[in-house]
Design a protein around this ligand. Structure first.
Ligand code: AMP
Length: 396
């Protein structure tokens, strides 16, 4: 059984074709600059790596190019489209309509459309990807997997904002949370690694990449998460500020004469590691600059670590302790120094990082000491596999 996983962004289309018998990736790729006159399709199948420059004027053209490459009679990885059993689409926002993945129907498409105001940059390309597949493969089942769905189990005390109730009831302003597929995947893997049923496990999952979020997971369910109404909330990120005093935004508008668009740009694109360091949104660049003595870079790292530590502390209390802390995504999986900064000096709380283990690279692993009451783990995230598993479960 081959499942095609699609992740459509505003000008991109990422995909993986996964064989669900082996859970191995058969082929994967990325179409970039979709909509521009010169687009690029990067394709990889085993040792076969290729780059095609072509014109992909919309997502339909991108999906068509991907399907043609996969089924190319000379060197395609599958014979024809019938070899794709089903398709899974990553959809960023399912609002409070979807608490789990669903088979796509007309009603589901209407609901995803209703969520466009909540994710104006993300849901429209996902809809284009879905419509393209419906046209190109009308007889193949399609499934939507939502970034927000995992967090639908949060209790009202975690998802409501202390604003007048009408803003929640009339305008659906509440915490939704994001990165849900990643948090779900790593929390499930953590339970397996702890050798305990998911129902008995309390874990804090730290998705630290360009985007960052922490989630408190109890018994396999998200009970709190740091991203909110939008993916801007919570931790400091690569270019996003995370939570800041909301009055700062009013000051920028009222006293510095900025318009909301400019303010939006600053807090989404010019802040975080980039804004504080003045150098880069990439943790490696900022780390190198800090090592070379750059003070702003050093402060940016401190802020990044402290922001994660604050949320970690608050979820440790919310869960009344935890069995494990999991690090995932680009920074979480690779940046040993950052993990050390976040967990420094927490031994009295039962969180004992093993510096030797933390310094080693590898796949899924424990990086706490053997007698650490709270286990610390690194688990590489795999959202595509999680999506494919959901598709497989739904269609069978
Ligand atoms: P992601 O959004 O998950 O792709 O993560 C991107 C972030 O991971 C960037 O800030 C990278 O600097 C960071 N990253 C990736 N590899 C490493 C590494 N080996 N060491 C430190 N940071 C890394």
């Amino acid at each position: 059984m081959n499942i095609l996983v699609l992740n459509a962004g505003s000008s991109s289309l990422k995909y993986q074709l996964i064989n669900m018998e082996t859970e191995q990736v058969v082929a994967k790729g990325l179409c970039e600059r979709v909509g521009a006159s010169e687009s690029v399709h990067i394709y990889e199948a085993g040792s076969d790596e290729r780059e095609f420059v072509l014109e992909l004027h919309d997502h339909y053209a991108a999906v068509k190019a991907v399907l043609e490459t996969l089924t190319n009679p000379d060197d395609g990885v599958i014979k024809n489209l019938a070899d794709i059993t089903a398709i899974g689409h990553r959809v960023v926002h399912g609002g409070d309509f979807f608490a789990e993945s669903v088979i796509i129907t007309k009603e589901v498409i209407d609901r995803i459309k209703e969520c466009v105001p909540l994710a104006p940059l993300h849901n429209p390309p996902a809809l284009s990807g879905i419509r393209s597949c419906l046209e190109l493969m009308p007889n193949t089942q399609q499934v939507a997997v939502f970034d927000t769905a995992f967090h639908q189990t949060m209790p009202p005390k975690a998802y409501r904002y202390p604003l007048p109730t009408e803003y929640y009831e009339k305008h659906r302003i509440r915490r939704y949370g994001f990165h849900g597929t990643s948090h779900r995947y790593v929390s499930e893997r953590a339970a397996v690694m702890l050798n305990k049923p998911a129902e008995d496990v309390k874990v804090i999952t730290c998705h630290l990449g360009n985007g960052c979020s922490l989630t408190a997971v109890k018994g396999g369910h998200s009970v709190d998460t740091s991203m909110g109404y939008t993916p801007l909330d919570g931790l400091m990120m690569g270019t996003r500020s995370g939570s800041i005093d909301p009055a700062i935004l009013l000051y920028l508008i009222d006293y510095l004469d900025m318009n909301p668009r400019e303010v939006n740009h600053i807090i989404n694109k010019e802040s975080g590691l980039l804004g504080v360091s003045g150098l880069s949104n990439d943790l490696r660049d900022v780390g190198n600059a800090a090592d070379a003595g750059d003070e702003r870079a050093r402060l940016a790292l401190e802020l990044y670590a402290y922001s994660a530590r604050r949320f970690l502390g608050s979820y440790f209390f919310a869960l009344q302790g935890a069995d494990a802390i999991v690090f995932t995504a680009g920074v979480g999986e690779n940046a040993q120094k950052m993990r050390e900064m976040i967990l420094e000096g927490l031994e009295d709380l039962g969180i004992c990082l093993d510096l030797e283990r933390n310094s080693k690279r590898g796949g899924e692993r424990f990086i706490s000491t053997d007698d650490s009451p709270v286990k610390v783990m690194v688990i590489p995230t795999n959202e595509e596999l999680m999506i494919a598993k959901d598709v497989k479960a739904l269609i069978s």
